[in-house]
Ligand binder design. Sequence first.
Ligand SMILES: Cc1cc2nc3c(=O)[nH]c(=O)nc-3n(C[C@H](O)[C@H](O)[C@H](O)COP(=O)(O)OP(=O)(O)OC[C@H]3O[C@@H](n4cnc5c(N)ncnc54)[C@H](O)[C@@H]3O)c2cc1C
Length: 588
Amino acid sequence: MSRHHVWSHLTPTQLENLADFGIDPQGSARGPGRAEAVAAAEREGHEWVRFDEAQISEVAAFGVEREVAQGEILFSAGDDDPSFFLVLEGEVEIFGLSDGEQVAIAMHSAGHFLGELSLLLGQRPFISAVAASAGRVLVTDPVAFRHLMSTKPEISDVIFREFVARRGIVNAGPGSGAVRIIGTRYSSESMALRSFVNHSQVPHVWIDLDEVDDAATYLTSVGATAHDVPIVITATALLRGATPADLAEVLGVAHHVAPGEISDLVVVGSGPAGLAASIVGAAEGLGTWGYDRANVGGQAGASSRIENYVGFPNGVSGDDLIASAAIQASRLGAVLSAPNDVVGLRVENGYRVVVLADGSEIAARAVIIATGARYRRLDVENLPEFEGAGVYYSTTELEVRVCEEGDTIVIGGGNSAGQAALYLATRARNVTLVIRRGNLTDTMSHYLIERIEADPRIQVRFNTEVTALRGSGHLQGATLSDRKSGESQEVACAGVFCFIGAVAATAWLGDTLLLDDSGFILVDRSLPDSVTESPLFGGREPFPFETSVPGVFAAGDVRSGSLKRVASAVGEGTNAVRSVFDYMATIT
Ligand SMILES: Cc1cc2nc3c(=O)[nH]c(=O)nc-3n(C[C@H](O)[C@H](O)[C@H](O)COP(=O)(O)OP(=O)(O)OC[C@H]3O[C@@H](n4cnc5c(N)ncnc54)[C@H](O)[C@@H]3O)c2cc1C
């Protein structure tokens, strides 16, 4: 084991406490760095980066040196705006939270810097730092730290890589108990919380009450009751009936706009198109704020494997691609806020005003709409009973784990349905692919059809619909109806995955922008002359991706005529920023 790395595991008492309830304390956080961290742990230790004299003097220009006393707390889990610390003399011990107790994770000494990815993502810290001996530290406040990260690329690269690795170590080790989510696997509220922490790369432990031996006693032991589920416990809060928005507030990632604050660019939606726009906007110096009603990632975050994205010969999981993009956006200075539902848009005093669900309003010089599309809901009577409890619209690890070893149904004839069926076939007992049409060739890529035909675990039912769902508390079966013969068959199933008919996420726009007949946003050349020749455009042509309202752009799946692919969404988000600059040149 490295001299500088003390890897501590749960104390025997903590293990006993959890074992009493039959709980296996597994951190379930995902995200970049985890694989590296596990590998590092297997190699018995990660060598903490130690700055040399030259690097220390570069950082010193941004901070203030001060003495620390033994036992002094430099920062605690849950603190607001923690500073960046570099140890100059003495030792500082790092603690993570596990089952409500502090667990030592690391010991840092001269030349080591403190903290992990939360400092870059704007999350409150998940770990605490205590001086193990008297010494000296260099303290860089959050504003100066951002300045350091944007002006010293060599130092910034080292810090960034180390922070990502450290997040992996926290996720894979005892520090993952920083956030405890207690719920039941068939609850859509619990699923929403887990999806939020996974997509936000928050270290956490998931405790499934369905697997706890005596759930009532366990809940009492944490000061809660069955009425409070889902519950989230952090270093500073116990949230009852917790929602992702409550948790975002506690984690410090809910973005509150100061009165009178104006953004250069607001990006609505943080799927691939919105993330690309946020990354490029921030990189080009625009004050860029991104809002997503659910999670960062959009549909791409719902994909188990994206096989046609350039540069990933073995494909890439949507989660991994999105996690990296989200870190990149934050690192470049974009503010990403989720969950934050945008409910309206208007033009006022030359600004585009974006209205959030909580009533707050943000004035922006330009807006890029990247709200994408979502899959149509199944048309069966008791659907709400099973959404999140057996009926799903994505195939990430969270949903697939619920149906593992059971029979599943995938509905839809497009590529996303094909991919979902193939992925589920590797985990579930049997997969039935249900398609309304009589063939796959009209709607699915050839390579997917070939793989589906070759997979003995996938059965394809053409001209078929799911017409009923049944189960008690969670999905246990469905009715399949043959559209030609009219015959129905009841089948057992643990999960129904819907990938039918994408609907544009534009209802929130009302009649603010011109849409096509299917509700997708019309831009540039697809706009009618009556709009482009109106005084609004001042005699100029609309810029690429510009909508019927000058200064408002649309990119990705939400745009009329888009290709509905990750790569094209990324390209459109990127190019829309180019048009934002062209537009700004006309108003300044
Ligand atoms: C299961 C699945 C597998 C797929 N596999 C592939 C593949 O292998 N290869 C490929 O190229 N493509 C694939 N796709 C398609 C690809 O994911 C999409 O084309 C791409 O994600 C579109 O990106 P986008 O940013 O335009 O929109 P989206 O990804 O739809 O993102 C839009 C975002 O906007 C948010 N939003 C919506 N309304 C609001 C609002 N009012 N306020 C705030 N936020 C809002 C949503 O929550 C969402 O996060 C797949 C899609 C799915 C579902």
